[in-house]
Ligand binder design. Structure first.
Ligand SMILES: [Zn+2]
Length: 311
């Protein structure tokens, strides 16, 4: 199977997370985290968006995370290619390398500065989310200040991101902020790692109207594997299928994608330990008789279609 995962926090976790110490440079190839290239490359094709994320107490988060990504890229040049476009990802797949994309998760990673946003775009960042859980001067989030949408500065910031060719990610935005972004985007925008609120009423998840708006813009919504966003009590592959079925019922055949939140979450559905076991979800859908073309779209093509073919 081919997999394009739209969101992981592996770069931050390599620097040291709450459950593991820092890993040596090069450890992106093989480690005991949720994501490594070795497991990804067992797939027929593997594309991964790595989020650059951290809290402001870390200082210049962008430079810190970007420089770790560069070091991993250098150490793993036989195994991965830094990509911005679909044609680059296709070339990487042909060469049996992982296609690595970058996103920035939260404008505070960039100090909410426009020059840093320009720098991020210049350095190859492809996607940009205006916030993480913490509210910032640009917007409220679905975890903090949830009734506050984009400020004037926030709207200007999103407009600049669009001008720079970045794909805007709404996964952590407040509900009013979501609709502000929807108005600003003429083309596709994405919720890289968000599930269905109708199935599990968590504010991190998308309402049906939000999902339809993303669909109508030609964007994607990626299934998040963090159990807190999937359901109550026992969370299994079946729980994931409930979210998938709901999005498909909303006409999401070309909208639904994968955004596992791997290495950014503590607990995964039973039987899933990381990137390798995402195939269990596909296999469960196969057993139910879902068409191969639909599954190829969900697990790979839909997210790929959002990217420009060339820069
Ligand atoms: Zn996130």
């Amino acid at each position: 199977m081919k997999l394009f995962d739209g969101h992981c926090d592996t770069i931050l976790t390599l620097l040291g997370g709450p459950h593991s110490g820092p890993k040596p440079v090069g450890a992106l190839y093989e480690n005991d985290l949720h994501v490594d290239l070795k497991r990804g490359l067992e797939l027929d094709a593997y594309a991964q968006t790595f989020a650059l994320f951290g809290v402001k107490e870390m200082g210049d988060v962008f430079s810190l995370l970007y420089s770790r990504f560069e070091k991993e890229l250098e150490a793993n040049e036989a195994h991965m290619t830094f990509c911005r476009t679909r044609s680059q990802a296709e070339a990487a797949a042909k060469a049996h390398k992982a296609a690595a994309f970058l996103s920035v998760e939260g404008a505070e990673v960039l100090g909410c500065r426009t020059d840093k946003l320009e720098e991020a775009a210049e350095k190859g960042v492809r996607a940009f989310g205006i916030c993480w859980n913490r509210a910032n001067e640009l917007t409220g989030t679905n975890a903090e200040d949830p009734d506050r949408g984009l400020s004037g500065k926030g709207r200007d910031y999103v407009s600049l991101a669009l001008e720079l060719g970045l794909i805007v990610d709404v996964s952590h935005l407040s509900d009013p902020g979501f609709w502000d972004v929807e108005k600003l985007c003429k083309g596709p925008f994405v919720a890289t790692h968000s599930n269905a609120r109708a199935i599990h009423p968590h504010p991190r998840n998308l309402t049906d109207d939000m999902f339809r708006a993303i669909r109508d813009h030609g964007g994607t919504a990626g299934l998040n594997l963090y159990t807190a966003f999937l359901g109550e009590e026992r969370v299994t592959v079946e729980t994931c299928l409930r979210h998938i079925d709901h999005f498909l019922d909303l006409g999401g055949e070309k909208t639904l994608a994968i955004g596992g939140d791997l290495d950014g979450c503590d607990t995964l559905p039973e039987g899933i330990h990381g990137i390798s076991e995402v195939r269990l979800i596909r296999e469960a859908l196969e057993q139910r008789g879902y068409e191969q073309t639909l599954l190829d779209d969900i697990f790979y093509n839909n997210l790929m279609q959002v990217l420009p073919l060339q820069d």
